[in-house]
Design a binder for this molecule. Structure first.
Ligand code: NOJ
Length: 912
């Protein structure tokens, strides 16, 4: 007994010691929970300037004498330049003249840049520009009229019969943008345009540099504003208040909550307005990557906005259109199209933070085969590295040769490996990436030493992706790194995480604002450039993979941080969500905001990332994820494993069914990505794109969405809906609707009102819009690549006139040949009981055959009841009768065994 006593003391203190060590370790190796509340009042420049009163008198005027018209075209008139001057030149100690340049672009786009004269301010060079300005510059037809008070720049688009006009009021310094004589934007309408100057007594600090720029804008007659991602809040913008303004400051935010205004990992300062009763759509970009707040007030139907950015220049662009198609075409040309993804990226992705080792992931891979579940990629999170040193493998867990062989095996099954590469680099003099980059490629402190902060690996330095030398070094780490990327292995793609960039144990979880980056041989405070860091990183990764695969394979990059333009290089996901229904619900509004802003390749961790969820949530999340553009399951290291075979047989079956549904839909999804590339039309579309009724704009605005053109989705959003297998739905009028799963038509009395709808364990709310064509592949394979030659099943749903039309897109699914126009496009048209197949383009010959056509909703009773009416295929010189099953009750006609014919021989099928 006596002897035992000290032992107990020893063991309990030992125990305490262990706990302490774990806590210390955990402190170092995990992100702190960021304070989620960034109120304007807690950020000095916002507090100082957001609520300063409107000025009754203008502060600035445009100096007539300085107007200069130059340009890039023959007539040299597509660039307008002038100097803007402060009215009280005599009274302020250091008046700054502002140089304004207006670029006149095609399709009614105008871009305005205003810079303080003789000051060095961050602005991307023409070659690095995030906008496709060089390609959109207007080359003819511009008229400029000079008056005493105003200069008016205008042109008329003959094709679209629209007049675009920018009126520059000189004495008030206002810019008034008009389309067809209707005022769309009034810039500086309340005289708030201003720029802070560093006063004599002011010493800039990390918290405040007194370099803020401010501008206001009015949008008259706007019925709806949307955009401003990334936020976890409604896609429809509501007014701000004293506490809350829309905020842009990319941060690592763990388990974020719903908040209409707060920024999260990425920033796209873009607004879209539906004006004049929804007859004019207008877009506005505020391109400033420093911390930004935007306030919004609605007065009748006028929206008033104030933009505040902590540093940098004014760089804003705007455009407008009379219809959505033209609007998105314009946007697409201006921000550049999102390339069509390598098709594997549309499949199911299996991920976790982190798998144990190579054996673990090998077993996972085998289980997918054992259980007959398709999947397309396995993800290697940070623990595959040696001590979180990126570009290394922990060889005890991932022996090199075995890892390489595993990747090669994956390749044989058409699958890929995705490796994580973060921007923080472990400070370790034995780590080549560190010692080669030290003093050269990292973000600096003010005294030119490398900044060191904490991240996963403890002390870290952070790559300076503004610096071209860093970018080259980073690219070579990908292109020429056979140790990590293995020569002869062509199925590795990249995940860029923590690229806000995230820094642990520091105010606001990111780099101090007074750290220094180098861009174009100039030094800038990080303050001025913060929000574009992630973009520059994933862009470099994309370009590196492109080069590594010699331009033959479409690279796939997933990024957590993003900015305007990110869609051209990367997919994104919504980060560290919680595992609950609330988070699942939030994903919908987040995706809508991103998508309407030009970023469609988006998704969310299926199941939620952090916290233990439950199987009911997981099942519903998988069923919803089928209709996410990017479909990946991922979870935190602390939660129980969630590979689907770990669930009960019944639950397993339900989830497997969902994954298979996704694979069946791949031809449809791929076609939607082609349309997105070609037309800019978002893949996720809000209800209110087409329906401005009360319910579409309120209760259902953020809980229903279109996935592509044809499918309307209403996920299961809370435990009660899940338990009761009942949801409320709203289906816009003027359309016929069909249940996505059983293809039954929805009764008329359920349309255009809030109505209850029964679902079951296997399905959520998903509906096909009548008149659309959904193309599927029904064979189950290991991966999408293995489905390449499988035949198609085509679902033709009819609208109220018994018509339908759609397209199917074909290409080689992984190279860039489609950009050389090597693709095929099949138009399918159903009307008057005839299906016509017309090849709009036939440059890619390896198109798939059709095995089955299902026609839903044909109302002609005789067609079903008269057995003498046969379905016929018109071949060149003969007619062939087709095997058909008709069911009048379900209004369903199935045409079978079409794969005996070559798809190119099928031109017309007649049912009458
Ligand atoms: C944070 C990311 O959001 C999460 O998805 C990832 O698993 C961890 N970083 C570890 O890399």
């Amino acid at each position: 007994m006596v002897n035992k006593f000290p032992k107990i003391i020893f063991s309990s203190s030992y125990f305490l010691y262990i706990i302490l060590m774990i806590l210390i370790l955990f402190q170092i190796s995990s992100p702190q929970e960021t304070s989620q509340n960034v109120l304007c009042s807690s950020v000095p420049f916002c507090q100082r300037l957001m609520y300063s009163s409107e000025s009754q008198v203008p502060l600035y005027f445009l100096d007539n004498k300085t107007i200069e018209i130059t340009g890039t075209n023959k007539d040299k008139n597509n660039i307008f330049k002038a100097i803007i001057k402060h009215y009280n030149q005599e009274y302020i100690s250091n008046p700054i003249d502002l140089e304004m340049t207006i670029y006149i672009l095609k399709r009614g786009i105008f871009r305005v840049k205003i810079k303080p004269k003789n000051q060095k301010k961050f602005d991307l060079t023409e070659d690095d520009d995030i906008f496709e300005m060089k390609k959109t510059i207007k080359n003819s037809g511009i008229k400029i009229s000079f008056g005493e008070k105003n200069t008016i720049i205008y042109y008329f688009s003959k094709k679209n019969r629209i007049k675009y006009e920018l009126l520059i009021n000189q004495s008030l310094f206002q810019l008034i943008y008009k389309v067809d004589n209707k005022i769309i934007y009034i810039i500086n309408s309340k005289n708030l345009l201003d720029i802070e100057k560093i006063g004599k007594d002011f010493i800039p600090s990390e918290n405040d540099a007194m370099t803020t720029i401010k501008m206001d804008m009015s949008i008259p007659e706007s019925i709806l504003l949307t955009g401003l991602p990334g936020r976890c809040g409604s896609s429809i913008l509501s007014d701000t208040n004293l506490n809350w303004n829309y905020h842009f400051y990319n941060i690592d935010i763990f388990k974020y909550d719903y908040n209409q205004y707060n920024s999260i990992y990425g920033s796209i300062p873009y607004l879209m307005s539906f004006s004049y009763g929804g007859t004019i759509f207008s877009g506005f970009y505020w391109n400033n990557p420093s911390e930004t707040f935007i306030s919004l007030k609605t007065l009748n139907e006028e929206k008033r906005l104030i933009f505040l950015s902590e540093s940098g220049i004014f760089d804003f662009s705007f455009f407008a259109s009379l219809n959505l198609q033209h609007y998105y075409k314009t946007l697409n040309e201006y921000i550049g199209p999102s390339p069509i993804p390598n098709i594997f990226a549309l499949g199911y992705h299996q991920s976790r933070f982190s798998y144990e080792d190579l054996n673990d992931i090998k077993k996972i891979d085998e289980k997918f085969d054992k259980y007959g579940i398709p999947y397309d990629s396995i993800w290697l999170d940070i623990d595959h590295t040696e001590e979180k040193k990126y570009f290394t493998y922990d060889i005890k867990k991932y022996p090199k040769e075995d890892t390489k062989n595993f990747f090669l095996d994956l390749d044989k099954k058409g699958r890929k490996a995705i490796v994580i590469l973060d921007p923080h680099i472990k400070v370790d003099s034995w780590y080549p990436v560190y010692y080669k980059s030290k003093n050269n490629f990292f973000i600096k402190n003010g005294d030119s030493t490398d900044f060191i902060g904490k991240c996963w690996c403890g002390d870290s330095s952070f790559f300076d992706f503004f610096n071209k030398d860093t970018i080259n070094y980073w690219k070579n780490l990908i292109i020429k790194n056979e140790e990590y990327f293995f020569s002869g292995v062509n199925n590795i793609h990249i995940w860029n995480d923590m690229n806000e960039p995230s820094v642990f144990k520091i105010s606001r979880n990111t780099l101090p604002k007074n750290t220094i980056v180098k861009y174009n041989n100039q030094l800038y405070e990080h303050r001025e450039v913060h929000n574009i860091y992630g973009y520059l990183m994933h862009k470099a990764s994309y370009e590196a993979l492109l080069e590594k695969y010699e331009g033959k394979i479409r690279p796939f990059i997933l990024t957590r941080s993003y900015y305007i333009g990110s869609h051209k290089y990367s997919a994104m996901w919504t980060g560290d969500s919680k595992s609950n229904f609330e988070s699942l619900k939030n994903t919908i509004s987040m995706m809508i905001s991103l998508s309407v802003s030009g970023f469609s390749f988006i998704g969310c961790d299926i199941g939620g990332f952090a916290e233990e969820g439950n199987i009911n949530l997981y099942k519903r999340w998988y069923q919803n994820g089928v209709f996410y553009p990017f479909f990946r399951a991922h979870s935190h290291e602390s939660v129980l494993r969630r590979e689907i075979w770990l669930f009960s047989e019944n639950d397993f079956d339900i989830i497997k069914k969902a994954i298979i549904t996704r694979y069946n839909l791949i031809p449809y999804i791929y076609t939607q990505f082609y349309l997105y590339y070609k037309t800019g039309m978002p893949i996720i579309k809000p209800l209110w794109f087409w329906d401005k009724s009360e319910l579409a704009l309120t209760e259902f605005a953020d809980i229903e969405y279109f996935f592509g053109n044809g499918i309307l989705v209403r996920p299961v959003l809370d435990p009660a809906e899940d338990r009761n297998n009942e949801i409320n739905i709203f289906l816009p009028e003027n359309y016929r609707w069909y249940d996505f799963y059983d293809l039954n038509e929805i009764e008329k009395n359920k349309i255009n009102k809030k109505t209850e709808y029964n679902i079951n364990n296997d399905k959520i709310g998903a509906f096909i819009k009548g008149g659309e064509i959904i193309c599927k592949k029904m064979r189950i394979r290991r991966s999408i690549k293995k489905m390449k030659n499988d035949p198609l099943t085509i679902i033709i749903t009819l609208d109220s006139n018994n018509n339908s039309k759609g397209i199917i897109y074909f290409d080689d699914e992984e190279s860039f040949d489609y950009q050389k126009d090597i693709y095929s496009l099949l138009n399918i048209n159903y009307s008057n009981k005839e299906i016509n197949f017309v090849w709009e383009k036939f440059e890619y010959p390896e198109v798939n055959n059709i095995e089955k056509i299902v026609i839903i909703g044909e109302n002609d009773e005789l067609l079903y009841k008269n057995n003498n009416i046969k379905t016929k295929l018109n071949l060149q010189n003969k007619e062939v009768e087709l095997e058909t099953i008709k069911n009048y009750e379900n209004k369903k006609i199935e045409i079978l065994r079409l794969n005996k014919f070559n798809i190119t021989d099928i031109r017309k099928i007649t049912l009458k």
